[in-house]
Design a protein around this ligand. Structure first.
Ligand code: NG6
Ligand code: CA
Length: 514
């Protein structure tokens, strides 16, 4: 297992050397001469492959991403590891598949999933001399089991490698609906302590179930508990009135925190994980973005997200660090229209296809679940190109480690490969094999083959997804697609290629074991 990983890292290194021989300047060469670059990961929530202009969006325009794509590398086959948030984020930050830790969508009061002592992308960068920060959505759990929001909330990001954190603790649709800066809830008053529960009602704030007349947006049953800012949420919360967030302020609050972080750390190399609430539900864009797309709140949230990217890119220039900053823009999973609130996302779609040419989306094991937008830009270092390299966010860890010359321990980032040359657009070859995950089910890409494991009989759709328009892609028999001429995964060729199915099943099992 370890040998394989080492071998893969070594061969990726050889690719780097050979490109050096033919006269490319590689990252290895650059980092010995240049200062270590700042790194920003823009991590959008639930943004589909087709949701941005560079990938053909119709109902919305994203001018700031157009600029990024016109200068950097824009990928057509880049993946999150999973089709939901928590496992994807887990993989990005640990270089390890979510299923190794049974990572599933977490409640808003779940304990920290990445435990102190675990090597992480930010802790690796800290060792390499970086100052590290996370701003935005977390959704990786906090605390040790029964988190007390009125005391120091830990362990959290600061215990696993971040020097600074400003968080939305779980998701926009989950309580507690407060910001957490480092260990403390922002603007909390001692006289009004917070209590959160995911199994019974606490306090007497109105709920969506009891007072639907107070709602600005209709919601399904799971999203019909405590009402905050006119929107019912998942989970129950009392107290913390002075600390409650206002959803419409997210774009300004989060960009301001990020601006401050950049300003404070511009002299040293920094790593910023900028994790959007957009375009997750509830979609409540700021007034100035309302009506800026033809698709209602979901499209307007995309415009807002694009503005935030532009705002921070501009700040890099203002602070004089743009030329030395490596920017990675991507999403945690594919798109979803109805995710619990009635905001007309499906009705207002028009010609727009959120997953582009792909089948499925968020929650799905089809390509639309994990194949997401990715743009990488590092002035003067990235090629200006579109790349069809098969690439995974899980590889950011080992690739950056090599870039900053930080050796990895044997048990560190075990699923991560150094494919920095592919990230920089210097080669179009990255992975041969890539695992995709959805609710514990896995699929394997081998180049353009896509193999989806059969699910066992007892494992059907999770109840709460049953009545939604979501194609999970789960079948009781194996599925095999040839994406070369069937990127929409329509024709199951498993019956035609039994030997290949068998080989891909063996390979899947081997990779899962690692
Ligand atoms: C689901 C929620 C959904 C969303 C998702 C997490 C229900 C019915 N649905 O459980 O609305 O919050 O969790 O999304 O409760 S993710 O992008 O963070 O994975
Ligand atoms: Ca998500």
């Amino acid at each position: 297992k370890l040998f394989n990983t080492a071998l893969a890292r070594y061969s990726a290194l050889l690719v780097g050397c050979s490109s050096l021989l033919v006269g490319f300047s590689t990252h290895a060469e650059q980092s010995s001469t240049a200062q270590k670059p700042n790194v920003i990961v823009f991590y959008v929530d639930d943004l589909g492959y087709g949701d941005i202009s560079p990938n053909g969006a119709k109902g919305v325009s994203t001018p700031n991403l157009d600029v990024l794509a016109s200068k950097g590398v824009s990928f057509s086959d880049a993946h999150s590891t999973a089709s939901t948030c928590t496992p994807s984020r887990y993989s990005l930050l640990t270089g390890e598949h979510g299923f190794r830790q049974n990572a599933a969508i977490l409640a808003g009061d779940a304990p920290a999933l990445i435990r102190p002592g675990k090597a992480t992308l930010p802790s690796m960068l800290q060792k390499a001399g970086y100052t590290t920060g996370v701003v935005g959505k977390w959704h990786l759990g906090l605390g040790d089991g029964s988190v007390d929001w009125n005391k120091d909330v830990k362990p959290g990001p600061l215990e696993i490698g971040f020097d600074y954190s400003f968080l939305l603790p779980a998701t926009g649709d989950r309580v507690p609906t407060v910001y957490l800066e480092n260990h403390s809830v922002v603007d909390l008053e001692d006289t009004d302590p917070i209590e959160v529960s995911y199994d019974h009602k606490v306090g007497n704030r109105p709920t969506g179930v009891e007072n639907p007349e107070l709602l600005r947006m209709k919601a399904d049953l799971q999203h019909s508990q405590t009402i905050v800012n006119g929107v019912s949420r998942i989970g129950s919360m009392r107290g913390g009135e002075s600390a409650l967030w206002v959803d419409e302020e997210f774009p300004d609050v989060f960009t301001e925190k990020a601006v401050n972080f950049i300003e404070k750390n511009k002299e040293d190399p920094f790593f910023l994980f900028f994790s959007f609430q957009d375009i997750h539900v509830p979609r409540l864009p700021n007034e100035r973005f309302k009506g800026k797309s033809t698709m209602g709140p979901r499209g307007d949230a995309i415009v807002q997200m694009d503005w935030m990217v532009g705002r921070l890119m501009q700040e890099l220039t203002t602070q004089g660090v743009a030329d030395n900053t490596l920017v990675i823009f991507t999403s945690d999973n594919g798109p979803v229209l109805d995710d619990g609130y009635d905001d007309n996302a499906a009705e207002m779609l028009g010609e727009h296809t959120p997953a582009g040419p792909l089948r499925g989306g968020k929650y799905s094991i089809f390509e639309g679940g994990t194949r997401v937008p990715m743009i990488v830009y590092w002035p003067g270092k990235t090629a200006h190109t579109r790349s069809n390299a098969l690439i995974s966010q899980i590889d950011i860890y080992a690739s950056l480690a090599n870039l900053v010359k930080q050796p990895l321990a044997e048990e560190e980032a075990i699923d991560s490969l150094d494919v920095m040359d592919a990230f920089l657009g210097q080669t179009q070859s990255a992975r041969t094999y890539l695992l995709e995950e959805s609710a514990g089910t896995v699929a394997l890409r081998k180049n353009n083959w896509k193999y989806i494991q059969a699910i066992s009989k007892d494992k059907g759709l999770p109840d709460w997804l049953g009545n939604k328009d979501i194609e999970m892609g789960f079948e009781l028999t194996p599925q095999l697609f040839d994406l070369t001429d069937d990127v929409n995964e329509q024709t199951n060729r498993a019956g035609q290629y039994p030997k290949l199915v068998n080989a891909l099943e063996q390979k899947t099992q081997q990779l899962i074991k690692n």
